[in-house]
Design a binder for this molecule. Structure first.
Ligand code: ATP
Ligand code: ATP
Ligand code: MG
Ligand code: MG
Length: 878
């Protein structure tokens, strides 16, 4: 077996609209191409031995053991690789269930599709599955050690990619609310929502968290001073920079017991509490010095440690934090009890799990000594032995929810404190013996205010009710009905995508909104080019959706991007499908026009149920997509008598129709005429029917988004596709006695489109200079020849400079065969060199004629025309 290609899909795609995260592996079975699993001796036994848990895969039989049954009875290796890849991820703790396997048009070559949670893990699982199956084929087994290594590697990928418990809670809540999110290029920055409606977060700080508030909170001493001047109870203390000042400081805070901590520390690092003598104080000073230059000396307040979380001015959760400890059982030593406690699967390293493993440090031994123990003591049953002085979860502490117990006065105080410091999200560290009584009564204090407080103690407390604190954050960022998204309108089809995208963006601009759009020419925001190039994939979509000024996104979706990585968003508000015609067949395992229609249909299907699929009623493959989408349907048609559209309108639907020379919206009993085609420059005075169709599609897409008829009209009248704006798209030049047209048509459907214009434009002689890209199929060239014979009076057949692997002259021969088949007496000649061919066409043009050039290089063709003294570039006037 050999892996030919691995692709990673990240959005709605050809295989599934709902499952966005898929790996597509192109797999050549080689010598196994004709050998089902039952014909490989020992394969079934070897597979069951390596992965007994495959028993849980139902597969087509629909019952436990169903898949293994198929292996025993005989199934192809691609299918087995799919199940193994899924199972490997499952064993590493990633729950994935979706898989598909299809043979391609090349016998023995399969597409194996598997779901993933983590991209790297998914690709790894695909490769590992091939390795595992190959090993069982060759040797009857897969070594246990290798399997264990695979699973460990997969687990590592999964762990390394984890976002951290707070961010995890936030994005989960966002997903629950249908708010899109994406990681940004800088580490830990997360974008919630799109465009102008986006918010950003980094851990639990938002883009509205004030820098002054954060800096104040990070300076514990300044925080205390500000709070003290406002009458808030805070620990009595002072800051020193030299050991010499320690003695005086201790006196100032009122003698022992004291606390020593670094001025700007966190996670409990360098802190010693409950210090009762000079030796300990000196050691504590040195420990704090490791973390910070300046040292806080404070009175020690007896009490329990609480975290009060305030979001958007309200207390949303309270947790008591209990320092790391073990409880005696009368048999085990403290060391054994720690060992046992750390076995808890909820305890991980650092912040990556609900709890953290207990580790002993310098203070732990002091603390044990004070309680009369060593690590080898056996404490009596039920006795609590503290192992850490501070209660930070990251040093092995646990959390107990106390949200329902906090006293109203403490709530008021906490909320006031956070206002004073100036934070939208803050965690207060409160030391008091009883949080259900007012602080003042208990001699409790507010020790610290944390900007970016962790959420894990609230969303997953060890005891008590979990609190949806991420929900409170979402309520703050996206209050009641405030949109998080911007409208996304996406356009696909075989021909006319760029034109329609540009036109729709132009129409939308009439509303005064900032429109971001992507096309095969580049990415634009408003009137400006962000980046030139073929930008129709998901990355370009992200440029638009991440831009903080964009109010509307209009995105050209080309087949390549959908095939390679899926759409760059979960669903659109409007999905436009212009047409489906034979082009690029045989590339990327899309071999038939039906498969091509299925691919384009992704754009119609990935639309919100309250959005619209805008479909071409005149193209039966496009019209049929109505069956597949859950969205509303809107049709456009060039045929005012279309039966399909008539029925659709009768049922209350909306449509755009070309009728009596007008582009009109039809809805209910009314026909709203937008504009005469003649007055729309893009339609070349109404003579280019395919441009009228494109304009109908764009108008309809705007209309279903509540753009007014007046604004649509203004957009249609003012959109000019000049040579500089859209080179190679129906660029028409007046050369005095004759005209020349340059167009980049390169498939049968677009040839026909150009033909429909040519017939409407002139009654004079029609000369065609034609050819096509060499990587198309033979039959496509023959079709081109037939179509050309139908359109032109005289044909000059040329070839591209780049024959894309074809032998010189073979494309021309095929075109000529087509010409002869369609019209045996058609006049033509063959000039393979494009420059010579164009010049010949222009030289021979009689008065009143039209020379149509379908070049490989648009810029060269335009240059050759312009040197002949162009009188004007035609843009039929409104
Ligand atoms: P974190 O960032 O996890 O909140 P930190 O390193 O910022 O920790 P503090 O919050 O200042 O440190 O202190 C850690 C813990 O030590 C407090 O939550 C509290 O339990 C205890 N503590 C600190 N100062 C005092 C004090 N003056 N009296 C009693 N306990 C204290
Ligand atoms: P590409 O796949 O190269 O990005 P596209 O779909 O973006 O192409 P456009 O750039 O808008 O298409 O138009 C390219 C050519 O296709 C036009 O110059 C014209 O010849 C033809 N064309 C445009 N619209 C249609 C249509 N609705 N039907 C058939 N042909 C069309
Ligand atoms: Mg703290
Ligand atoms: Mg395009």
């Amino acid at each position: 077996m050999r892996i030919l290609k691995i692709q990673t899909l990240r959005g709605p795609n050809y295989w599934s609209i709902r499952r966005h995260k898929l790996i597509v592996m192109r797999l050549d079975l080689e010598n196994l191409a004709e050998t089902p699993s039952n014909q490989i001796p020992g394969f079934y036994e070897g597979l069951v031995e390596a992965l007994p848990s495959l028993e849980g895969h139902y597969c087509s039989p629909g019952c436990r053991g169903g898949f293994l049954m198929r292996v025993r009875e005989g199934t192809m290796m691609g299918h087995i690789v799919e199940h193994v890849a899924l199972e490997l991820q499952e064993l590493a703790g990633m729950h994935v269930g979706f898989g598909r396997t299809r043979e391609t048009a090349t016998p023995g070559v399969y597409q194996v599709v598997i779901e993933y949670l983590n991209e790297e893990a998914g690709r790894y699982a695909g490769r590992a599955a091939v390795r595992l199956c190959q090993s069982i084929v060759d040797r009857g087994r897969y070594p246990k050690a290798e399997l264990e290594q695979d699973i460990q590697d997969l687990k590592d990928f999964w762990r390394d990619a984890s976002l951290g418990p707070s961010t995890e809670a936030i994005v989960k809540e966002a997903e629950k609310r249908g708010i899109p999110w994406m990681p940004l290029a800088a580490r830990f920055l997360i974008q919630l929502g799109y465009g102008v409606n986006q918010k950003r977060m980094q851990a639990t700080m938002t883009d509205s968290t004030g820098i002054l508030g954060v800096e104040l909170a990070c300076d514990k001493e300044a925080t205390k001073r500000i709070l003290a001047t406002n009458g808030v109870p805070v620990p009595r203390g002072t800051v020193i920079n030299f050991l010499d000042d320690l003695e005086e400081a201790i006196e100032y805070v009122g003698g022992y017991p004291i606390v020593i901590k670094p001025l700007d520390g966190n996670h409990g690092r360098g802190i010693t509490i409950d210090i009762r003598n000079w030796d300990d104080a000196e050691a504590a000073y040195q420990a704090a010095r490791q973390v910070s230059r300046s040292i806080i000396v404070e009175r020690y307040y007896v009490g329990r440690d609480h975290r009060v979380l305030v979001v958007d001015g309200k207390v949303v959760a309270v947790a008591e934090r209990v320092p790391a400890h073990v409880v005696g059982n009368g048999r085990s030593t403290i060391a054994e009890l720690i060992e046992e406690t750390n076995q808890d699967p909820n305890r991980g390293e650092g912040h990556d799990n609900v709890l953290t493993k207990i580790e002993l440090d310098r203070t732990s031994y002091q603390l044990l000594e004070r309680q009369g123990y060593t690590v080898n003591s056996v404490p009596p049953k039920g006795q609590i032995c503290y192992l850490r002085a501070t209660a930070n979860l990251s040093t092995g502490g646990i959390a107990v929810d106390r949200t329902d117990e906090i006293h109203p006065e403490n709530v008021w105080l906490a909320q006031r404190v956070v206002k004073i410091i100036g934070l939208d999200i803050a965690g207060l560290d409160v030391v008091t013996t009883d949080i259900s009584r007012p602080l003042r009564e208990m001699d409790g204090v507010i020790v610290e205010v944390n900007a970016a407080p962790g959420f894990r103690m609230h969303v997953a407390p060890s005891q008590g009710t979990p609190r949806n604190v991420a929900g409170a954050v979402m309520d703050m960022l996206f209050p009641n009905e405030k949109p998080s998204r911007v409208p996304i309108l996406t356009i696909t089809g075989t021909n006319g995508k760029t034109t329609t995208t540009r036109l729709l963006a132009h129409i939308y601009k009439q509303t005064g909104k900032v429109v971001g759009y992507t096309t095969t020419d580049g990415t634009y925001i408003g009137d400006f080019l962000v980046e030139a190039g073929d930008n129709t994939g998901p990355q370009s979509a992200h440029v638009i959706l991440q831009d903080p000024t964009v109010e509307v996104a209009v995105l050209e979706s080309a087949r390549g991007g959908i095939l390679r990585s899926g759409l760059g968003f979960d669903a659109a508000n409007v999905g436009v499908v212009l047409n489906v015609a034979a082009d690029h067949l045989g590339i990327g395992d899309i071999d038939t026009i039906e498969q091509l229609a299925n691919l384009k249909s992704v754009v119609a299907e990935a639309v919100f149920p309250d959005g619209y699929a805008v479909l071409n009623a005149d193209d039966h493959r496009v019209a049929a997509m109505a069956e597949k989408t859950k969205a509303n349907i809107a049709y456009f048609t060039m045929n005012p008598d279309s039966e399909l559209v008539r029925k659709h309108i009768q049922k209350g639907g909306v449509a755009a129709v070309y009728e009596n020379g007008y582009l009109s919206i039809v809805k209910g009993d009314w026909t709203h005429r937008i504009e005469r085609a003649e007055n729309i420059p893009l339609t070349m005075g109404g003579k280019a029917p395919f441009m009228i169709a494109n304009a109908l599609a764009a108008s309809l897409a705007a209309f279903v988004q509540n753009v007014s008829i007046e604004q649509i009209r203004a957009g249609l009248r003012t959109f000019r596709a000049s040579v500089s704006q859209t080179p190679g798209r129906m660029n028409l030049f007046n050369l005095g006695k004759y005209h020349a047209l340059v167009d980049y048509a390169h498939n049968p459907a677009s040839y026909e489109a150009v033909g429909s214009f040519v017939r409407n434009w002139t009654s004079g002689q029609r000369i065609g200079v034609v050819g096509g890209p060499g990587d198309r199929r033979d039959e496509d060239f023959v079709t081109l020849g037939k179509l050309a014979a139908d359109i032109f009076d005289y044909i000059i057949v040329k070839e591209d400079d780049d024959t894309r692997g074809r032998s010189r002259g073979s494309a021309a021969d095929l075109i000529i065969r087509g010409i002869n088949q369609a019209k045996p007496n058609c006049r033509y000649e063959s000039i393979l060199d494009e420059t010579q061919a164009i010049n010949k066409g222009l030289d021979m043009a009689p008065d009143g004629s039209l020379v149509v050039i379908l070049p490989e290089s648009v810029s060269r063709a335009i240059r050759l025309i312009k040197v002949r003294g162009v009188q004007e570039e035609i843009q039929p006037q409104s």
